[in-house]
Design a protein around this ligand. Structure first.
Ligand SMILES: [Zn+2]
Length: 298
């Protein structure tokens, strides 16, 4: 029998192939998917035939760009989560191989003790989901990740009494300083809406995510409108080393409003005199870990 604390510890300290600063969201996304399944149907059981599609969608949408095939990217966490002592398969198959998973439609699920603890305590489900999503994604994306995994973001992100202990101290003045440095307007499109005297819809964005050691520093911040903040954190927008905006070739839109995003491609950031531009090292991190693949041809 696992205690509540053991289950929480195991599920939130997964062994990740994560060197410093590298994103490895595969296992956390599988845990979130299984939590969604458990919440929805009362069991975390996921046959490979169902899990493969949903898990590779999650990894493609929310993970870093990878050359690994879709099924392969899902087989990795589906087999390897066993080593964290929270996940079992109904057949002993080798690590990482798609073939045996597909041939037998292997079923994965939380191990009995973990599932019992989670089923008896919905609060534990919320807590695990919240810690995992905040460990691996910025606040702009967390609700989308939870929704895609079949979980209710309002329930999980606003549940009282589940505030994870922050690993580092935040600088409360950073947001204000970033907005001021960029003249309270979106560094990409120039949007500068105000309601009365207050900016509305303009936010301070980290270039290198806070959850991945991105500092609260002037050279890691941009003022962005809520739309461009979200597109930047999703990797639909990026920056090159010369501070030019890049639009991912994976981004598509049909209407004029959506297609206006293409016009940002190639535009230079123009910080006012005295404003620090994002540091090359933070831009490089974003390009490697967040930006979705190739940019539009110039
Ligand atoms: Zn904007």
């Amino acid at each position: 029998m696992s205690t509540r604390q053991e289950v929480l510890d195991r599920l939130t300290s997964l062994r990740l192939h994560q060197q410093r600063g590298r994103r490895a969201p595969h296992k956390p996304l599988l845990v979130l998917l299984a939590l969604g399944q458990l919440t929805e149907v009362g069991s975390s059981e996921l046959p490979w035939s169902q899990a493969q599609e949903r898990l590779s969608d999650l990894i493609t949408e929310f993970g870093p760009t990878s050359k690994t095939g879709r099924a392969q990217s899902a087989a990795y966490p589906f087999t390897r989560l066993r080593s964290d002592r929270v996940w079992t398969l109904n057949r002993d198959v080798p690590m990482d191989l798609v073939g045996p998973l597909a041939a037998h439609d292997v079923v994965g699920r939380f191990d009995a003790a973990t599932e019992t603890a989670l089923r008896h305590e919905p609060e534990l489900v919320r807590q695990v989901a919240r810690v995992l999503v905040e460990q691996h994604f910025p606040p702009t994306i967390a609700p989308d990740v939870l929704t895609a995994a079949g979980l209710d973001p309002d329930d999980i992100l606003q549940a009282p009494g589940v505030v994870p202990v922050p690993r580092r101290r935040r600088d409360a003045s950073w947001r204000v300083a970033v907005l001021q440095a960029w003249d309270r307007q979106c560094a990409f499109c120039g949007y500068d809406g105000q309601l009365g005297n207050a900016s509305v819809g303009v936010e301070a964005a980290h270039v290198r995510w806070w959850a991945f050691d991105g500092p609260d520093s002037a050279d890691n911040g941009l003022a962005l409108c809520v739309l461009h903040h979200k597109l930047f954190d999703f990797g639909a927008l990026g920056l090159d080393g010369d501070l030019r905006i890049e639009v991912s070739a994976a981004f598509t839109a049909r209407t004029p409003a959506g297609r206006s995003t293409y016009d940002l491609h190639g535009r230079m950031l123009r910080p006012r005199p005295g404003t620090q531009a994002p540091a090359v090292e933070h831009i490089s991190w974003h390009r490697r870990e967040v930006f979705k693949g190739e940019s539009l041809a110039a």
